[in-house]
Design a protein around this ligand. Structure first.
Ligand code: FMN
Length: 306
């Protein structure tokens, strides 16, 4: 008897964008595989739309990897799966809190051990550090990362920043006279079903070694060099502010709100100044350190952990 392969999809989504991406990627596998969806549920929900203060107050624990807990999983942690798809979104250049809570859990240790895992991201455009963290969690769990697919908002960095914040704070995703729709472009989502064929072939042969290169050939990860530089600057600043804010108390503590407000004000100034500055410095570095930066881009497009 030829049993259908079993796929477990673990995900969290606030607006439903990530679930739509998952559904499009997996649509061609319908009828060919048994797919189990495990939606992560935080013990106390994160709001959407967000209050501004709560949004920024969520940064320290997200960056430090000390997330709010999640409800017990529905899936049997001893069940067998041929493939796990870890679908997630970055928050503050780190895996979103529900994702981190899952990856740190004992349930994940059981589900992921010796399993091939594909990571699937739907985000704005800054996901490199988050993916490094996820690679670390997967390695610790004894899982084997076999592919990565990243859908980003392809609008210019500052445009996507404005639209994602409008979306997060007001719940408004639609385009305006001056701004495009927030989030990953519709066409990127609709065409993400192209990734199903190599996944199906790898599942059938239980051969994972070539999968990531095949996905890359289908543009599963596209990466601009200046975003590598921008993100490296950003994460150092976030780590500093995370320590500075959390020194005054835990999530929501009144004692730390003054520092959250400081961070909130400086962050936007920082980004609007840093984006053009890193664009210029990346043009310079692109010329001076062309090879080094090209190696960085190649590394981040890959699935190894250094
Ligand atoms: C608190 C918060 C922080 C975010 N930080 C990032 C980030 O660092 N990089 C990025 O590319 N997108 C970031 N985003 C956008 C999300 O990755 C995601 O695309 C968006 O929230 C919609 O996802 P969802 O509806 O599937 O949850 C952030 C969103 C939220 C709510």
């Amino acid at each position: 008897m030829n049993e259908r392969p079993k796929i477990l999809v673990v995900y969290y989504t606030q607006t439903g964008q990530l679930k739509r991406i998952i559904d499009h990627v997996l649509a061609p596998l319908g009828g060919k595989a048994d797919i189990t969806f495990e939606q992560l549920v935080p013990v106390r929900p994160f709001p959407f739309p967000w209050g501004k203060q709560e949004f920024y107050d969520t940064m320290p624990e997200t960056v430090q990897g000390t997330p709010r807990g999640i409800e017990p999983l529905k899936v049997d942690v001893n069940a067998h799966f041929d493939l796990v798809i870890m679908a997630y979104q970055p928050w503050f250049l780190s895996p979103s809190q529900p994702t981190a809570a899952f990856l740190q859990s004992e349930a994940a240790a059981g589900l992921l051990k010796d399993k091939p895992v594909i990571t699937l991201l739907g985000c704005r455009n800054m996901w490199l550090n988050a993916q490094e963290k996820v690679k670390g969690y997967l390695q610790k769990a004894g899982a084997k990362l076999v592919g990565n697919i990243v859908l980003v908002d392809k609008s210019p960095n500052l445009v996507s920043l404005i639209t994602v914040l409008r979306w997060a704070f007001k719940g408004k995703k639609e385009a305006t006279r001056f701004l495009p729709q927030a989030g990953v472009q519709e066409n990127e989502i609709l065409t993400s079903d192209r990734f199903a064929a190599p996944i199906a072939a790898a599942l059938e042969n239980r051969q994972w070694d070539k999968l990531h290169q095949q996905l890359l050939n289908l543009q599963s990860v596209e990466l601009l060099p200046n975003l590598v530089l921008l993100e490296n600057n950003g994460i150092s600043a976030f780590r500093f502010w995370a320590r500075f804010i959390s020194a005054k108390g835990g999530p929501g503590a009144p004692e730390r709100q003054g520092r959250v407000t400081m961070y909130r004000s400086l962050l936007l100034v920082g980004i609007f100044v840093l984006t053009p500055v890193t664009l210029i410095s990346s043009l310079i570095k692109l010329n001076l350190k062309r090879n080094e930066l090209a190696r960085e881009v190649e590394y981040y497009k890959g699935i190894t952990l250094r």
